[in-house]
Design a protein around this ligand. Structure first.
Ligand SMILES: [Fe+2]
Length: 379
C-alpha cells in the first residue's frame, strides 16, 4: 500500500506492479471487477470506484448494479452503443470520472471513479489508463471465447449431420452389397447346376467339394469372407468341363491319353469363362489351379507349393477326397481307407499338410459326411 513517505512516482510504480500482478492472476476470475475496484481505490484523490462489465448478448444477465447510478437495464440483450454513451454521460453529470471501454458492440466496460480531492487526482493517472486497457483486453478475450464457442457449436452440429448422412449411406451400401452378394450366390449355384446336369456322373460333385472345402476353411481359421469365397470357387471349380465333349465325361471305360489331355483343358477353360464375371482372385484362382500339386506334378501350369494360394490348396484336397469317395463311370468308388491313404501319403508332397490333417480330423474324429441330393435350393 502507498505510504505518505513515498514519492508520486514510487506510488504509481507500486500500484502498477500490484495491478499487473493481479490482472495476470485474475484475468479469468469472476471477481475481477471487485479486485480492480480495490486497486482503483488506492489512487490518490479517489474515494470510491466502480467497474461495470456489460455483456449485451447474455439474456440471463438482464440487470447489473452500478454503485453510482443503481441498476443498469440491459434491455433483454438489446443494450447498444447509444445506451452505453447515455450511461457514460449520466455518470459524468454526477461528477464521476468515466473511462469507457468497448469491444465489438457485444461487451462494454466502464471504469468509474468518485474523486474527493481533485488536486491529488490526475485524470491521466497511468494506473487508471493501464487498467482501462486491461479491461478492454479482458472484454476482447471474452468476445473471442464466445465466438469460438459459437463456432464449435456450429461445427459440432455439422459433424453430427455428416455423421448421420454417413451412417445412413453405410446402411444403404451394406444392404445393396448383401443384395449383390445374394444374387451372385444364386448365379453361381445356377451355373454349377447347369454344368452338372450335362454331366450326371459327377452330379453333386462340385456341391459336395464346396461343402467340405467351406468346413475346412472355417476350421483352418479363414475369415467369413474368405470362407465364403472358397465355397463359391469350389461350387464352380469344374465349370470348364462344359467345353469337354460329353462322351469323354461320361465314358464308361478308362480314358485314353488323348481323352485325358482333353479333360486337362478344363481349368483354363473355366478360368476364361470366369473372366466375363467380376470374380475376385480367390475364386478365379480356384478355377485355374485346383489341379496343381505342391511338387509341381499338377496341371495346367505345374506350379509348386508357394505359387499356389492356400484357399486353392483347400479346394484341391476336398476335390481329391470327394472324387475318390464317389463312383465314376470308369471305376467304382474307393474305400475310405484308400482315400485317406492317398491324402496321408501325399501330405506335404502333393497336398498341403495342414489341410490334409484338417480333412482327416473332420472325417475320422468329427464324423463329417458329404451331403447327398438335393444339392441346391433354387427358389
Ligand atoms: Fe477339376
Amino acid at each position: 500500500m502507498p505510504t505518505t513517505d513515498m514519492t508520486i512516482e514510487d506510488n504509481v510504480l507500486l500500484r502498477l506492479y500490484a495491478g499487473h500482478s493481479a490482472l495476470f492472476a485474475f484475468t479469468t476470475s469472476e471477481n475481477i471487477t471487485r479486485y480492480l475496484e480495490k486497486l482503483l481505490n488506492t489512487i490518490p484523490g479517489v474515494i470510491q470506484s466502480d467497474v461495470s462489465l456489460i455483456e449485451t448478448t447474455t439474456p440471463s444477465d438482464q440487470i447489473i448494479v452500478s454503485k453510482f447510478i443503481g441498476n443498469i437495464n440491459l434491455k433483454q440483450g438489446k443494450f447498444n452503443l447509444d445506451d452505453f454513451e447515455q450511461l457514460c454521460a449520466s455518470l459524468e453529470k454526477k461528477d464521476i470520472q468515466v473511462y469507457p471501454v468497448r469491444t465489438a458492440d457485444v461487451f462494454y466496460g466502464i471504469i468509474a471513479l468518485k474523486v474527493s480531492d481533485s488536486e491529488k487526482f490526475q485524470i491521466f493517472d497511468p494506473v487508471v489508463n493501464t487498467f482501462a486497457i486491461s479491461v478492454s483486453i479482458i472484454l476482447e478475450n471474452k468476445f473471442q471465447k464466445n465466438m469460438l464457442e459459437e463456432s464449435n457449436k456450429i461445427l459440432s452440429q455439422h459433424k453430427q449431420h455428416l455423421s448421420d448422412i454417413v451412417q445412413a449411406q453405410t446402411i444403404s451400401l451394406n444392404k445393396a452389397n448383401k443384395e449383390i452378394q445374394s444374387r451372385l450366390d444364386k448365379t453361381v449355384e445356377a451355373v454349377a447346376l447347369i454344368t452338372e446336369q450335362r454331366d450326371p456322373y459327377t452330379a453333386g460333385h462340385q456341391f459336395r467339394v464346396a461343402t467340405l472345402a467351406e468346413t475346412m476353411a472355417q476350421r483352418l481359421g479363414l475369415s467369413p469372407e474368405q470362407t465364403h469365397e472358397v465355397y463359391l470357387g469350389a461350387l464352380i471349380h469344374d465349370i470348364g468341363k462344359i467345353q469337354v465333349p460329353a462322351e469323354i465325361l461320361i465314358s464308361p471305360i478308362k480314358l485314353t491319353k488323348l481323352e485325358f489331355e482333353f479333360i486337362k483343358t478344363h481349368p483354363e477353360a473355366g478360368y476364361k469363362i470366369a473372366q466375363s464375371v467380376p470374380f475376385n482372385k480367390t475364386i478365379s484362382d480356384i478355377l485355374l489351379h485346383h489341379h496343381e500339386r505342391l511338387d509341381g506334378s499338377g496341371y495346367p501350369h505345374g506350379l509348386t507349393d508357394k505359387e499356389i494360394l492356400f484357399t486353392t490348396k483347400i479346394v484341391s484336397v476336398a476335390d481329391v477326397f470327394e472324387a475318390m469317395s464317389s463312383h465314376r463311370p470308369y471305376r467304382p468308388k474307393r474305400s475310405l481307407e484308400e482315400t485317406l491313404d492317398e491324402l496321408t501319403s501325399g501330405a506335404g508332397k502333393r497336398y498341403d499338410l495342414s489341410v490334409v490333417e484338417c480333412c482327416i480330423y473332420l472325417i475320422t474324429k468329427e464324423g463329417f459326411k458329404l451331403p447327398v441330393q438335393p444339392y441346391f435350393n433354387m427358389t
